[in-house]
Design a protein around this ligand. Structure first.
Ligand code: R7I
Ligand code: MG
Ligand code: MG
Length: 349
């Protein structure tokens, strides 16, 4: 479909849910042979009765909260979103949340809380979490807001409800930017896509908080930009091994070690690659590749799934995969409503 078409909106949200559900199988595994990944994915095709329900985790649970808050309020409402996170956690605490964030979610359910950003700021000795929990749920900001400054502003604030370290919330901004540009069709020229991300992130990371956090955590200045430059280097190479991707970009639970990785997976899988089935399209390749990295597979596949889904559109996602994943059907319905909200806004600039 065309730029910001309904197929792209559906692809983004269904892709995110699928990545979470399919990636759950390998979360935390150290090395995953591609054979095992393909066996897992082929198993879905064979299950014709559709009774192989793969459950979603915190990634989708929190994404749903973001979507429902934005749709119900028609704008970003921090109190409402915080309340939904807390309520979702209270009702289903077993979705595999990060071990630190559960403290924030408990505090957010207190009716006496006046500053909803305060519990996040108290995490990890007052610096806040750098985990990827803000980034894993940030795709909806790119689908609800049409204009770039809004995407950046609200992806950041939405993440700060649980992740107040710049290495956490800037990962959410980067993920939302990647979905935003993918929706616009920017992935049809990969160099343009990565250069846009770099130039936007140069502005995003150019602030005192980000400099201080980077210094305190022994990271270079402009840590996300540095990783995006590594992606560019990897893109210029003819062959890249899974081991090199893991050592250059990471596959861990920190936003810095997973958001750039997800972006790389999408870019790398735009073309057929050795080791991946020839009959696979780009979206299938992307998901399979993310799973083979091991580590935080549900989250990396969720983020890559959103970016890839916004590029290829929902029709690129196998029906058999969608049938097996909890929440996939519902995700299509949210996408349609977000598409309406997005196109109600005048385009600026
Ligand atoms: O970021 P968060 O919501 O976790 C998301 C991940 C995804 O992979 C989900 O699929 C789920 O499995 O969890 O949760 P946090 O607890 O904020 O951060 C995750 C982990 O990152 C923490 O439990 C810590 O181990 C680590 N971490 C830190 N460690 C030391 N210092 C995050 N921030 C810090 C820090 O500042
Ligand atoms: Mg998870
Ligand atoms: Mg995860």
């Amino acid at each position: 479909g065309g730029t910001a078409s309904i197929a792209r909106f559906r692809g983004a949200l269904v892709g995110a849910v699928l990545g979470d559900c399919l990636g759950g199988e390998f979360e935390g595994a150290e090395e995953v042979p591609m054979d095992r990944v393909l066996q897992h994915l082929n198993g879905l095709e064979e299950d014709s009765r559709g009774d192989c329900i793969l459950q979603y985790s915190d990634d989708t649970a929190m994404t749903r909260c973001v979507v429902q808050s934005l749709l119900t309020r028609g704008e970003f409402d921090q109190q409402d979103m915080a309340h939904r996170f807390a309520e979702e956690y209270r009702q289903a605490p077993g979705r595999g949340y990060g071990s630190g964030v559960v403290q924030v979610l408990r505090k957010l359910s207190s009716p006496r809380l006046s500053d909803v950003f305060q519990p996040a700021r108290a995490q990890f000795g007052g610096r806040g979490s750098f985990g990827n929990g803000g980034a894993m749920r940030s795709a909806p900001f790119a689908l609800a807001f049409r204009n770039l400054p809004d995407v950046k502003r609200y992806a950041r604030l939405g993440a700060m409800l649980t992740h107040s370290c710049s290495l956490g919330y800037n990962g959410a901004v980067l993920q939302a930017l990647a979905v935003h540009y993918s929706l616009q069709g920017a992935l049809s020229v990969p160099q343009v896509f990565i250069n846009r991300l770099i130039s936007e992130m140069e502005g995003v990371e150019n602030e005192d908080c980000a400099r201080n956090d980077a210094r305190a955590l022994n990271e270079p200045e402009f840590p996300f930009c540095a990783r995006l430059h590594r992606i560019k280097d990897l893109m210029e190479r003819n062959t890249v091994s899974i081991e090199e991707v893991i050592s250059e970009l990471g596959n861990g639970i920190a936003a810095l070690h997973s958001v750039p990785t997800a972006i790389f997976c999408v870019l790398h899988c735009l073309e057929p690659r050795p080791g991946l089935p020839e009959q696979y399209g780009g979206l299938e390749r992307t998901v399979a590749y993310c799973l083979a990295l091991g580590g935080d597979t549900d989250t990396i596949a969720c983020m890559a799934g959103a970016i890839a889904g916004a590029h290829y559109g929902v029709d690129a996602i196998p029906q058999a995969w969608q049938r097996c994943c909890e929440g996939a059907e519902e995700a299509e319905a949210w996408a349609d409503r977000l598409h309406l909200l997005y196109h109600k806004q005048p385009q600026e600039g």
